[in-house]
Design a protein around this ligand. Structure first.
Ligand SMILES: [Ca+2]
Length: 249
């Protein structure tokens, strides 16, 4: 039994070491902007492939699970253009000019807060493109945390950008947590209705600082992999025992 325990411990350790970075916890709720079932604001083909969500209309501001529209409006897209790889929905961060807009379409979307450890670095990754319907050619998106200073991200439409070929680019933003909860703020800085587009938002705690890309493994995944390792090791032991018990072949 002592030997078996040792084998299991070793197998568990080996699985931990081999754990891929992709197994880490994504801290962002609904970074792909899925509506859930029965959501009356779900964008559909029949309503033109997008729904405009106004910050000044409470139900619209909270229509996307995990997110709040906090200024002007954003357009929630399904079908109007190609979403980021692996996604169905996406966002035009510059919504639609209408009576709620105060002459600016620059929307702000705030993600629901997640627990953070003060002093730990976090990587935020998201896919960005631009509304190809009209200018400006360069779309500007500001990203920040807890209402603090922001970092500007630009995306310039090229000759091959179209609604069926959005050419989404993955962007990375880093922040060092200064609070036990953090919220991600995404704001369009493109005042026309044709803004930066956003999709596939994820965030991960990292070890070290923003110069080293070592993502902290997800505890739950570690447990699963450890159990799997233990099961594999246990099977091997049983198989060896069975082989010993039966005649040589
Ligand atoms: Ca728009």
């Amino acid at each position: 039994m002592k030997r078996l325990t040792g084998v299991l411990a070793f197998a568990g350790l080996a699985m931990l070491v081999a754990l891929p970075a992709q197994a880490s916890i994504n801290l962002v709720t609904n970074g792909t902007f899925d509506p859930g079932s029965g959501n009356p604001y779900t964008p559909t083909e029949s309503n033109g492939g997008f729904t405009t969500l106004n910050a000044d209309v409470d139900a619209q501001a909270h229509a996307i699970p995990g997110w709040t529209v906090t200024s002007n409006s954003v357009d929630w897209i399904d079908g109007y253009w190609q979403a980021a790889p692996g996604c169905k929905y996406s966002i035009d961060m510059s919504g639609t000019l209408n009576p709620y807009e105060k002459n600016s379409a620059e929307g702000t979307l705030v993600a629901v807060r997640f627990a953070t450890t003060v002093g730990t670095w976090y990587l935020v990754q998201f896919d960005m493109s631009g509304n190809p319907d009209s200018g400006p050619a360069t779309k500007v998106l500001d990203v920040g945390v807890n209402g603090g200073s922001t970092t500007e991200f630009d995306y310039t439409l090229g000759p091959n950008n179209s609604k069926s070929n959005m050419l989404w680019a993955t962007k990375s933003y880093w922040f060092k947590a200064t609070a036990t909860e953090s919220e991600l703020d995404f704001s369009s800085a493109t005042p026309t209705q044709f803004g930066p587009t956003l999709d596939a938002v994820q965030s991960y705690a990292v070890t070290g600082d923003n110069s080293t890309v070592a993502v902290i493994p997800e505890p739950a995944a570690m447990v699963v992999w450890s159990l799997l390792g233990a099961a594999v090791a246990g099977l091997a032991v049983l198989r060896r025992r069975a082989r010993r018990a039966s005649p040589m072949t």
